[in-house]
Write a protein of this length. Structure first.
Length: 250
């Protein structure tokens, strides 16, 4: 495995080997045609005390970088535990961006003033903790990329504010199937050159099978990196890319 991209860390000299089969059906290394896939790993909807810390432990053990798209209101909870997890993630070389403040209504269904609050409050909370307030993933209701994802006003704010907006190529449904998601994810990875996986650091999510999944990626020789391709990064530092049409506001 080669871990690359801004903030990526060197792979430990002796990473744990992959553990066991990844599930029923065809073996993963026979799915699709990509032999050495590139993977950008991301986690949505945290931070979740008792879960995100376990995710960070696995990533550290495997030497894998990831991006955490966090929900803004969690960062101001009185206990401070979620905020501390953001600080830890940043200190360990991961990226932390925003996934809206409330994670309740897609921007395409919100009035402009509500979109402003979602962006501005989340950015401020993330930047206080050392994260990247201009790194953003919209709320897509179960991974849907459709006309609800973004509003014209929201897209203008992303461009004018210099945001980088990151979508996804694979949503393997770890919150629906916390034991079976690795097989779906590995099949997606094997079918394209560069995958951007959207997992979840929630109590019902990726964490229980994460170490096994990363072991399988390492067995495949996957290039694990922090940056993302233009095909699912519709705005990069405020500039529209070739996938800008995915926001549905052209």
């Amino acid at each position: 495995m080669r871990a690359r991209g801004a903030g990526a860390r060197r792979k430990p000299a002796a990473a744990p080997p992959g553990s066991g089969p990844a599930g029923r059906g065809r073996s993963v290394d026979r799915v699709g045609t990509v032999t050495t896939p590139t993977v950008s790993l991301s986690f949505d909807n945290g931070p979740t005390p008792g879960v995100t810390d376990r995710v960070l432990d696995v990533l550290a053990r495997r030497g894998v970088p990831a991006t955490f798209f966090v929900i803004g209101h969690k960062l101001v909870e009185p206990s401070g535990r979620a905020a501390a997890l953001v600080e830890r993630a940043v200190a360990e070389g991961h990226r932390v961006g925003g996934h809206t403040w409330s994670h309740t209504v897609p921007f395409g269904l919100l009035p402009d003033r509500a979109v402003d609050r979602e962006l501005d409050d989340t950015r401020a909370a993330i930047e206080r903790l050392g994260g990247d307030g201009l790194l953003f993933r919209p709320f897509g209701e179960g991974g849907a990329i459709d006309g609800r994802l973004m509003s014209p006003h929201g897209a203008r704010r992303l461009r004018a504010g210099g945001y980088t907006c990151v979508l996804w190529t694979s949503v393997p449904g770890d919150w629906r199937d916390p034991t079976g998601w690795p097989q779906a994810a590995l099949a997606d990875v094997a079918g394209r050159d560069w995958s951007v996986l959207a997992l979840h650091d929630l109590p019902v999510g990726a964490v229980d099978r994460l170490d096994e999944f990363l072991g399988r990626l390492q067995d495949l020789g996957a290039d694990l990196r922090l940056d993302t391709p233009d095909e699912c990064t519709p705005v990069r530092a405020g500039v529209p890319t070739s996938s800008y049409h995915l926001l549905g506001v052209c």
